[in-house]
Design a protein. Structure first.
Length: 339
């Protein structure tokens, strides 16, 4: 694959009216999701749920790529077709989560560092052979109780840049995900300050480690109030402060910003995405890489029952359609009640 092709893949992932489905929940995370609908977490039920999503009629109208977990990239459907091939056949680009999760940061109580760099070069080569054309690595930054420290920000930024450089070496487009968590009682202005520092540090590291900005995507949090903050910012303030923050920190060479939902409800994430897209012009495509905010309704509708597959697929496609409309800046909350 040439450098030009990696740039093309990055642009395809943020194509008009489309975004990314994050279906890369670890075994521990998907276990919690399945248990919430009283379904036992087994390799079969995990496969059944993800196959349900990937075979929903019309998915390619709204989804440009899907981030997979290692297990899912290797799995086959009930009829023996590899799940990654089911996506590719619909023009949807398979991606892969490559980090090994966040662990405690040494000498910094309460802060986390994402692990997974050991052996990553070899894993990326295998993932490319299995059909993955983009990857994701998530760094986790908390606000509160004297955190985040600059130490935590810098070590996570360094790891993100090392990952991104290894991806591009392997002809895989890296999605760089520095997530400032919504958890906590912090204000939107505190979120702004931390997000600005994190992004400046991340792009400084990307530059130092020779990452080609045209061949990557950024997957950040929105600048938003903490979940427990008593004064919740409205969608106009979220959009204004998010865009201003990103204008100060994200180079125009980056093809697209695919926002994570980060614990927002489906409708909240959709409304905020819409306001971001209808507010002025910006140098990058603004799209989505949602997990729960694309899946929650479908998961509840499914309930682990075969007879509910069609209803769950309909719920997923409807949510994807509304998110796509928001990606184009044409959504209104009224669409929720009429859907």
């Amino acid at each position: 694959m040439s450098e030009f092709e990696m740039e093309e893949i990055a642009l395809q992932l943020v194509a008009t009216s489309k975004g990314i489905l994050a279906a890369d929940e670890s075994t521990g995370t998907i276990k919690k999701r399945l248990e919430s609908i009283n379904v036992e977490c087994t390799e079969e039920t995990r496969r059944d749920y993800r196959e349900l999503l990937f075979t929903s009629e019309g998915i390619s109208d709204y989804i440009s790529g899907v981030i997979l977990y290692d297990e899912t990239l290797r799995q086959s459907s009930k009829d023996g077709q590899r799940l990654a091939e089911i996506l590719s056949a619909q023009g949807i680009i398979p991606g892969i989560k490559v980090d090994m999760g966040a662990k405690g940061l040494a000498y910094s109580e309460g802060e986390l560092i994402t692990e997974g760099l050991d052996g990553l070069r070899e894993r990326l080569a295998e993932y490319h052979d299995l059909g993955a054309r983009f990857a994701k690595w998530r760094a986790v930054i908390s606000i509160g109780n004297g955190v985040p420290s600059q130490y935590c920000i810098e070590t996570n930024a360094h790891a993100l840049a090392r990952y991104a450089a290894l991806c591009q070496e392997a002809n895989i487009v890296p999605i760089v995900e520095p997530e400032v968590l919504m958890d906590g009682s912090h204000s939107i202005d505190e979120c702004y300050a931390v997000t600005e520092t994190v992004l400046k540090t991340v792009f400084d590291e990307l530059y130092k480690q020779r990452v080609v900005l045209e061949q990557m995507l950024l997957k950040p949090n929105m600048v938003i109030s903490g979940k427990e903050c008593l004064a919740q910012a409205d969608t106009e303030e979220v959009a204004a402060k998010t865009l201003y923050c990103f204008e100060q920190t994200v180079p125009a060479a980056v093809p697209g910003i695919v926002f994570l939902s980060g614990g927002q409800s489906e409708s909240q994430a959709t409304e905020n995405l819409n306001t971001l897209n209808e507010t002025g012009s910006h140098p990058w495509e603004i799209s989505y890489s949602f997990g729960r905010a694309l899946q929650s309704s479908a998961l509840k509708a499914w309930g682990g029952k075969k007879e509910n597959v069609a209803a769950a697929q309909a719920a997923f496609i409807q949510r994807a359609r509304l998110t796509s409309v928001a990606r184009d800046g044409k959504y209104s909350p009224d669409m929720e009640s009429t859907s």
